[in-house]
Design a protein around this ligand. Sequence first.
Ligand SMILES: [Ca+2]
Ligand SMILES: [Ca+2]
Ligand SMILES: [Ca+2]
Ligand SMILES: [Ca+2]
Length: 138
Amino acid sequence: MPACGDGSCSLNEDCDTCFEDCGICACVTDAEEPNNGSSSAVTLAFDTDYCDLSICTGDVDWFEFPVNGTTTITLNFLQAEGDLELEIYSQATGDYVTGAYSADDDEVLTLTGQPTGMYWARVYGDDPENPDYCIRVD
Ligand SMILES: [Ca+2]
Ligand SMILES: [Ca+2]
Ligand SMILES: [Ca+2]
Ligand SMILES: [Ca+2]
């Protein structure tokens, strides 16, 4: 019975479903590009998964979203496909607010007690690439 992790990339496996056996997918520029600066940030709706995103070599991804009360920003990815980091900036002040820099899967930040207004999320790679991540705001 073929299984992911058995060292063989079988017919029912590919880089999406089993990078362990088939290798990490080639990095492909995502559909939200270009969003390499705060002025070209992509607006995120609440409670919505934005997926099929990538950080290819040299890429940075900016998003924006409103904050009015407690807000959680979640980055979903596999650390084994490349380490990503998440930072939040205030549009009102331009200041750095907080960041998440873990060395395992995913980054999650919860904003509490922040002034109401628009904020930016900045996603970048600590490794050169990650071909597949999702972001959402709740
Ligand atoms: Ca396999
Ligand atoms: Ca990107
Ligand atoms: Ca980008
Ligand atoms: Ca990280």
